[in-house]
Design a protein around this ligand. Sequence first.
Ligand code: FE2
Ligand code: FE2
Length: 331
Amino acid sequence: MNESDIPGPQLRAPELPQYDPSDPAESAVIAGLTRSWPRRAAVKKPEVDLDALFEADRADYPEQMLPFAEHPRYLALDEQRQARLRAWAWIAYNKSVVDIEQHVVNPGFALITEDAFGIGPSDTVVTGVLQAMVDEQYHTLMHQQANVLTRRRRDWALPESVLPPCPTVREHRAAVARAETPRDAALVQLAFTTVAETSISAYLALLTTDPELQPVNRATVAVHRRDELCHASLAGGLLTAVLTELDDTDRVRLLDALGTAVAAFTGSDTSTWAAIIAHENIPGGDELVADTIAVTEGRPVVQDCSAIRRLCAGLGLGEELDARWPWPRSA
Ligand SMILES: [Fe+2]
Ligand SMILES: [Fe+2]
């Protein structure tokens, strides 16, 4: 085949089968999302000129979201050093999004396409999950490109190699390693993917509402969030389909894993700040880190996990879930 014989840049997907209401894995919601993906997904839209959106005098991250925004050691820094810490917060935010997409979300979605839980997903469900996995790969590229742009336009190195693995990914690995069988491990992975997908839009929303924030950063997060609002419905539908198929033992294991995942996603991330502050040689950095840990410990960070509670309550499993959630029950 000559290169000139290759069709244009986008191939149109074949028609999907009609929605099958007798298939418990294929809710009308999932079928609708799968069909609308070619029109609504960020990856299918024309690219935005991100450089044109960059404004040098805007903050790269909302100052009020820094856990030490009021600390005297931070307030004592000159504007340049404060700006570097805000840029670091943005770099770290992007890295944590990328880590979760790559190491938590997509491996969990793959379990559905491989039918690890024996729910027999239809072509429409598999297509919808594969579309979401493409979205996640595109989001990874978007957030990596956001970091590239920040480094280039600020002319600061800000290397991601300074940062430790994202704590949620560490917790995910530990929970998978504790699983006694491959099936238990798959349930843990599904739980973490479900919590990620039903709570990430709240995490992203934190950076879409500040009108003073760097416009290119706000746009990146807003574009990602539009996809994630759909993924939340997809993940909810998949969880429902799997919970409906599981026996009592596996259902309890999945509920336990959801509790573990909620705790992992709502925990604070002080190891990242400790690494950044040490790298930046901030005067009084040890005190700043210690006080930040003291302030943030035990305080839910940002993710809203209430969707999981609502989903399980809708299946009559709300009380069972409450009994198993370590913390925070009201999140
Ligand atoms: Fe995503
Ligand atoms: Fe997602």
